[in-house]
Ligand binder design. Structure first.
Ligand SMILES: Nc1nc2c(c(=O)[nH]1)N[C@H]1C(S)=C(S)[C@@H](COP(=O)(O)OP(=O)(O)OC[C@H]3O[C@@H](n4cnc5c(=O)[nH]c(N)nc54)[C@H](O)[C@@H]3O)O[C@H]1N2
Ligand SMILES: Nc1nc2c(c(=O)[nH]1)N[C@H]1C(S)=C(S)[C@@H](COP(=O)(O)OP(=O)(O)OC[C@H]3O[C@@H](n4cnc5c(=O)[nH]c(N)nc54)[C@H](O)[C@@H]3O)O[C@H]1N2
Ligand SMILES: [Mo]
Length: 917
């Protein structure tokens, strides 16, 4: 982008074309007050404080909406400007009745204390320690202009403070800048907040109840507020002494968060403005509650050993000695393959690397896996079969510039809220959205076409789209010829799927399939975004390959804003796979069966390594006859809650000779442990996470480990006690080892990751990382079409179990809920589980909204409430799996995708009955 030069307060600055004078002033280091302006919002120029003078202009332009021009000479702080700003501020204060005691403090707010003057007011007024804490922009403007009194009569309105989950709304401090309203609308796409003339006396900004207005509590309005009108309660009256920037511990989006800390206690968390992915945005879970969860009294802080059925505290030495002794005994007696490890996608790359090294080099087995198995393993196998690499092909930012977004089996606004902001932005830029989902998810409202397919019918749907594309000649012949193989086979298969036939299988109208096909194929840049609606089926790998076929057929891969984005689940599930916490590959997807690779690792680790691929986590739980696992080490996973068919999982866990669980909280799984090792949370660890667009980002230790030591050290201590020397000085040394062994990470060093991280592959120290994969050729050379046939889900409905249950997520909670259920604010927003059923089914079953029901499958039953909603279509029910008191997985089916071994969480047959009195 070309630059322009101008003079601001006698300083020459160079700014990108399209910058405003305000942007230029900020770059020049000249402060210009601007209370209504926010860098992420369209400038509205309403507060008028940002006026400047420009030589040659006979008026004072507003710097927030006046473009900077070449050669401009700008002054920002002449006495005349300041005089006008003082008038404007005076008027603003009079108009809004903002209290002035905090603004005109005689001691110039230099007492350095939590302001006694403000404390004298009822808490409703002095809602925060405004002065000079660098947060109150009104205060800053008053100080800058030198305003020291106002000439008009003002009165304190005493509007009631509205208490919300996580924050207060105190409109006594509101200056009507409307940033909150615009943020909710322009950036979050919601428009829940609005000017509220009807409530003039009580609050200026509506609605009265955020919860009833379906507020998502993302907190963007609070972050945008220039005063103390919207204020996070956990921050009140306490001043943080430092801020540590790190990465969110929940989903795979990889939002940067600022942890504000006082005396080793996290006070609050706000999204980082320069976060590479999130740029100042977050969702409710990342923004709120973490401070409470991390310091929750339920945290494990000391090792626990089970004695006579009771957990008793033990020293680290005692617990680690026992762990090493029992694992060694089992290894000696039953052989290395009787041991196994579940590594954690919630933990850092460095920890994952060490867990798989522990399994391979010390346990001497390849029985190591992570929760990708029950999640996106079909993405790894399916995308690798098409393109040679199993990861997202493009970057999240590129979503904003796509022409068409095909969103299939991803409830993006709830499961990846910050990615959904990019989808919403694309839609506002004119992109067309196609949503394929059995549920009427929120994105349906923004879609041009909604393909409301039955669960488990994606192959028929996608084959039919390809049928239309080929029939209408919308395929990209040049791309097919130059870059792919296997086209003829695909062509033959999709001929069998005219839209009418697919309509019968999927339940989607044939014309909708045709419209979706035309939209997708006619776009210059069409991108596919998908989630577990694709992978968590017995046809998971085939579903993913179908999407690969569709993208290659239309040449939508290898360019910006095209490609396929599997929205990876956990904060570091991409990394856990990359690090080789998988039974068949070493770090960097290097096969354990390859003799050359094995000898490289044997040399580096100075130990003989197993050559046969290990068992997947789902197989370990299944207890393959003759291959039973007897000793299991689980780091940060809760299979007794999250694996399908819970009764089966429980009996496996009960049957183990020895189970070690390393956890931050008590879970369903820790109940079965022989030893519980306490874990340090993300806020207590140094290391890296890799997000769903392959971006390796730094995780920074913000507070000391509550359990006394970081997890990497614990893993090393187990290895050492089992006779293998494993020791490092710092996680960065672990990353150095990773870089030395995996060519795709050769260029990774901690100190290269500080500025937004790097996207792999990063083959050398001077390589800038890779935003878009497969640009010139596929990782496997030619892309491969894989023709696949429709197959119904493993379990079908019948007269006894007439409804299809599909399971998934809710925005407020996270997976097993061990963390989110421990936040009072989150429980306030979303207190309990309920099964969603359609109004038609509710009528037939004579079930009322809110009524307690019993849901049963062929494997178990749970009691929960019913929620009657048109989100569910007839014959289909939906539940989340976040609550310990409603263990949804008692119901789900453990049938596996044959290639990836991923369970079919997304379809099983159930019945719903009224609870008998
Ligand atoms: N709030 C929140 N966010 C999370 C998580 C969380 O627990 N809570 N978990 C994280 C994890 S681990 C993951 S993997 C991701 C998952 O993120 P998503 O994949 O978006 O989540 P789900 O809600 O499980 O499933 C997505 C959708 O698939 C649909 N679906 C089911 N069957 C089919 C089908 O056959 N075809 C199609 N087209 N759609 C189908 C469901 O109706 C559902 O809307 O979210 C991550 N983010
Ligand atoms: N019915 C149904 N079941 C499902 C799914 C579904 O869609 N439907 N989705 C599946 C999917 S996609 C996934 S990914 C799995 C997720 O299943 P899990 O991985 O079992 O779920 P999480 O809640 O993410 O659990 C991880 C555990 O890690 C702990 N933890 C968090 N941070 C740390 C840390 O820093 N260190 C350590 N040591 N522990 C930590 C948490 O307390 C939690 O108990 O669930 C699967 N189960
Ligand atoms: Mo997941």
């Amino acid at each position: 982008m070309s630059e322009i030069k101008l003079l601001i307060d006698d300083r020459e600055v160079s700014v990108p074309q399209g910058s405003t004078i305000l942007d230029a002033a900020r770059i020049a280091g000249s402060y210009v007050p601007s209370l209504c302006h926010h860098p992420d919002l369209k400038p509205i120029g309403s507060c008028k404080l940002c006026i400047v003078s420009v030589e040659g202009l006979d008026y004072y332009p507003l710097s927030c909406n006046t473009p900077a021009a070449e050669g401009m000479v700008v002054h920002t702080r002449t006495e005349e400007l300041q005089e006008m700003r003082r008038h404007t501020l005076e008027m603003l204060l009079a108009l809004t009745n903002h209290p002035t005691s905090c603004l005109f403090c005689e001691r110039k707010n230099e007492c350095g204390e939590l302001r006694e003057c403000m404390r004298k007011f009822p808490v409703t007024v002095g809602c925060k320690y405004c002065p000079n804490d660098g947060q109150c922009e009104l205060q800053e403007a008053v100080t800058f202009t030198g305003l020291d009194r106002i000439r008009y009569q003002t009165s304190f309105r005493d509007m009631p403070v509205l208490r919300e989950p996580f924050f207060d709304r105190n409109y006594n401090l509101c200056i009507m800048c409307s940033r909150c309203i615009r943020m909710c609308d322009e950036v979050r796409g919601l428009g829940i907040l609005f000017n509220n003339p009807d409530f003039h006396r009580n609050h200026w900004i509506g609605p009265e109840s955020l919860q009833e207005a379906d507020c998502k509590f993302c907190g963007a309005c609070v972050d945008a507020c220039p005063t103390g009108a919207l204020f996070i309660r956990s921050e009140k009256w306490i001043r943080p002494d430092r801020t540590v920037v790190t990465i969110c511990p929940y989903c795979g989006v990889g939002c940067s968060l600022d942890l504000k800390i006082s005396e080793d206690r996290i006070l609050s968390v706000t999204p980082s403005r320069d976060g590479a992915v999130n740029r100042g945005q977050a969702c409710v879970k990342g923004h709120f509650g973490l401070e409470e969860i991390i310091h929750h009294p339920d945290r494990f802080t000391t090792p626990l050993i089970k004695r006579n059925g009771q957990f008793e505290p033990a020293s680290w030495d005692e617990a680690l000695d026992l762990v090493a002794r029992r694992f060694t005994e089992i290894q000696d007696r039953y052989g290395p393959d009787s041991l196994g490890a579940f590594s954690s996608s919630r933990c850092t790359n460095e920890e994952n690397y060490l867990v798989q090294k522990l399994a391979r080099a010390v346990f001497k087995t390849n029985n190591v896996d992570n929760c990708a198995r029950v999640c996106h393993a079909p993405s790894v196998t399916g995308l690798a079969a098409c393109f040679g690499s199993g990861a997202a092909t493009n970057s999240f930012d590129q979503i904003e510039d796509a022409d068409v977004l095909f969103i299939i089996g991803s409830n993006t606004t709830e499961a990846h809220p910050v990615v959904s902001l990019k989808i919403i932005k694309a839609a506002r830029n004119g992109a067309k959205i196609i949503v394929a989902d059995p549920r009427k998810i929120e994105l349906v409202d923004r879609a041009s076409v909604w393909l409301n397919q039955k669960p488990g019918t994606s192959i028929a749907l996608i084959n039919a789209m390809m049928n239309v594309i080929l029939k209408e000649g919308l395929e990209d012949r040049d791309f097919i010829d130059r870059r792919t193989m296997g086209f003829e086979n695909l062509q033959k298969t999709v001929e069998e799927y005219p839209p009418e036939r697919a309509s019968q299988i999927t339940g989607v109208a044939a014309e909708d399939i045709i419209e979706a096909a035309r939209l997708y194929a006619s776009a210059d840049k069409a991108m596919i975004i998908y989630g577990l609606g694709i992978t968590e089926h017995t046809t998971g790998t085939s579903n993913v390959m179908s999407l690969g076929n569709l993208a290659m057929l239309t040449g939508n891969v290898g360019r910006r804003s095209t490609g396929i984005m599997p929205l990876r689940g956990q904060n570091n599930v991409q990394g856990a796979c990359d690090m080789g916490a998988l039974p068949n590959v070493h770090v960097g997807y290097q096969p354990v069966t390859d003799a050359g690779i094995r000898s490289k690792f044997e040399e580096a680790w100075k130990v003989a390594l197993p050559s046969v691929p290990g068992q997947t986590s789902t197989q370990m739980i299944e207890r393959n006859p003759g291959k039973e696992i007897r000793g299991l080490y689980i780091l940060g996973e809760d299979p007794a809650h999250t694996e399908p068919d819970t009764n089966r999982v429980r009996s496996t866990l009960e049957s183990l000779d020895f189970l070690v669980v390393q956890e931050i909280f008590p879970t369903e799984t820790t109940r079965y442990a022989d030893v519980i090792l306490p874990a340090a949370s993300f806020a207590e660890c140094d290391g890296t996470f890799t997000n769903g667009e392959r971006r390796i980002q730094r995780v920074r230790k913000a507070i000391p480990a509550l359990c006394g030591q970081e997890n990497w050290l614990t893993i090393c201590q187990i290895a050492q006690r089992m006779g293998y020397p494993m020791s490092y000085g710092h996680p960065s040394e672990i990353m150095d080892e990773i870089a030395s062994l995996a060519p795709m990470f050769a260029g990774v060093k901690f100190d290269r990751l500080d500025d937004g991280g790097l996207q792999w592959p990063i083959p050398s120290l001077d390589h800038p990382g890779t935003e878009t994969l497969h640009a010139e050729s596929f990782s496997c050379g030619l892309g491969r079409f894989n023709a696949v046939q429709h197959k119904y889900p493993a379990e079908q409905t019948d007269t006894e179990y007439p409804l299809i249950l599909t399971t998934g997520r809710r925005r407020e909670h996270y997976n097993c809920g061990s963390m989110t259920r421990r936040s009072k604010g989150i429980m306030w927003v979303w207190p309990e589980e309920a099964i969603e059923i359609s109004p038609a089914d509710a009528r037939e079953l004579e079930i009322e909204d809110g009524e307690t029901v019993v849901v049963s499958s062929r494997r178990g039953s749970v009691k929960t409430k019913a929620r009657v909603t048109d989100k569910s279509s007839r014959g289909m029910a939906f539940m989340s799996f976040h609550y310990q008191d409603v263990l949804t997985n008692l119901l789900t089916n453990a049938a596996l995708d044959p290639q990836a071994k991923t369970p079919e969480y997304k379809a099983c047959a159930v019945k719903i009955e009224k609870l008998k009195a």
